[in-house]
Design a protein around this ligand. Structure first.
Ligand code: NAD
Length: 457
């Protein structure tokens, strides 16, 4: 494959030179706090793909292509053949949970994957047993497991997680690790003084500060060792100044928050189209029913609040009522999630969207999405883990906004509003991969394909 001189191109356009990327040699450990529906669907799925039983549909790293150079160059390799990603066969999974079930039992309990598929990877799944969790019931009232660490302070618990990671690396002969939070949604909290600096956070752990959540303890343990941390839930976790500072200091990438699946995925596909065509939106009512453990946790108002905040921001960021008050200034946006056990992991969502067009004439859009929550989340989790590891090997640290493609409530630099338009997020992701590999960035201008313009330019 021919490759343009990206470094020269970058210098020409005032962009930073592309980084040197270390190869993906050896094994990658993906360590997961929260081995429930998403995690087990991810793990069983990777084992099934490795055995050639299934295909990794929904995963950009495994299935997606990327265009390089001009359209006339006809260079569109698979992403995994373009950037040096860890092979699925080189991944070793592990993690923590407050329930003792091994991965076969947990996956059977989650009822996402059919028994036949699970039995075909039973041995591999049974071999993975959860390490003891850092858990505090005041953050997830609806759960109560026994596989939980004890320690005098939160600092002690963080040191135990550090030791777990070291031991995992040693036992499994793992070269690199990514920590991927797939644990339950914790209760809603906001950043306060203790979250502002590394020093205040460390002191807070030693003082057992009540606003240091379990997810933060895992994040601290990972980041303090320079290990990338990804947050698949809407918890505050690594979206606080102390964690951002720590990730910069130890050269660890971070990304969050909340896997973008289901209803919010649909929202960020549809809303940019309405906005692009200057169609007004008067109301957007979204309701969901789901019956898995996630739904049970979200049945508690404190935990629902965390999810609600994560889901609500999306429309405002895309539609920008501040720029278009006449189109979106009166938008009424409502979100409901109801626990409904008969549906299990098969979440059903309804959206009623009241829109208006030319001269204010009204129209309605109805969406009824019968989705499978963890089937949508598993490839997102896989891609995030593989890309976070790539970012680490490319010397990137701190907030990885290019991964916001996968996230409902993307973490951004202070003062920067999140870009939730999935199409712009994809362009950002693809251009970041081109940048990492020293390829020309693609602006989609395309005037140079037309002779008369090419002569002027
Ligand atoms: N499924 C989706 O499509 C989707 C989409 C976006 C976000 N999420 C989020 O991902 C997370 C996982 O979803 P799920 O459907 O797998 O839920 P789940 O309830 O099946 O699994 C979560 C697991 O985390 C464990 N857990 C809770 N607190 C923990 C702690 N402190 N340490 C270790 N383990 C802990 C629970 O025991 C449980 O086994 C949730 O926060 C959910 O909101 C899921």
């Amino acid at each position: 494959m021919s490759k343009s001189n990206g470094a020269d191109h970058a210098a020409k356009n005032g962009q930073p030179a592309h980084p040197e990327v270390l190869p993906a040699t050896g094994k990658l450990g993906i360590l997961i706090p929260g081995l429930g529906a998403v995690a087990t669907t991810l793990i069983a799925g990777v084992f099934a793909v490795r055995k050639g039983i299934s295909q990794p549909f929904g995963s950009l790293t495994q299935m997606g292509h990327i265009r390089l150079g001009k359209r006339t160059d006809n260079r569109e390799p698979k992403i995994k053949d373009f950037v040096p990603l860890t092979e699925l066969s080189d991944i070793v999974f592990g993690g923590w949970d407050l329930y003792e079930d091994n991965m076969f039992e947990a996956a059977s309990h989650a009822k996402v994957l059919e028994a036949g598929l699970l039995h075909s990877v039973k041995e591999e799944l049974e071999a993975i047993k959860p390490m003891k969790a850092v858990f505090d019931r005041s953050y997830v009232t609806n759960l109560d497991g026994k596989n939980v660490k004890t320690g005098a302070t939160k600092w002690d618990l963080a040191q135990q997680v550090v030791a777990d990671i070291q031991e995992f690396k040693r036992v499994h002969k793992v070269d690199r690790v990514v920590v991927l939070w797939c644990g339950s949604t914790e209760k809603y909290i906001e950043a306060v003084d203790v979250h502002q600096t590394i020093e205040s956070f460390e002191q807070g752990m030693k003082d057992n500060h009540s606003l240091i959540a379990p997810s933060m303890i895992y994040a601290y343990a990972a980041l303090s060792q320079g290990i990338p941390f990804v947050n698949g839930a809407p918890n505050l976790t690594c979206d606080i100044p102390a964690m951002v500072a720590l990730s910069k200091a130890t050269h660890a990438p971070i990304a969050g928050k909340d896997f973008k699946t289901g209803q919010t995925l649909m929202k960020t596909i549809l809303a940019p189209g309405l906005q692009a065509r200057a169609l007004g939106v008067r109301g957007w009512f979204s309701t969901n029913i789901l019956g898995n453990r996630d739904g049970y946790v979200l049945d508690h108002p404190d935990n629902f609040r965390t999810k609600e905040v994560s889901k609500l921001g999306v429309l405002e960021d895309i539609l920008r009522p501040d720029l278009h008050p006449e189109l979106y200034g009166d938008l009424y946006h409502k979100i409901r999630i109801n626990y409904y056990p008969p549906h299990g992991d098969n979440k059903e969502s309804w959206d009623n969207i009241d829109i208006f067009g030319w001269l204010g004439y009204t129209m309605q859009i109805k969406i009824n999405f019968l989705c499978r929550d963890s089937i949508l989340a598993a490839p997102v989790a896989l891609d995030l883990a593989l890309f976070a590891d790539l970012a680490k090997r490319a010397g990137m640290s701190g907030i990885q906004e290019w991964l916001s493609f996968y996230l409902k409530s993307p973490q951004t630099a202070p003062g920067l509003h999140a870009d939730n338009d999935i199409f712009r997020q994809l362009i950002k992701l693809q251009n970041t991969l081109r940048h990492i590999m020293g390829e020309d960035l693609i602006t989609h201008l395309g005037l140079d394909y037309y002779q008369e313009f090419a002569e002027i330019l």
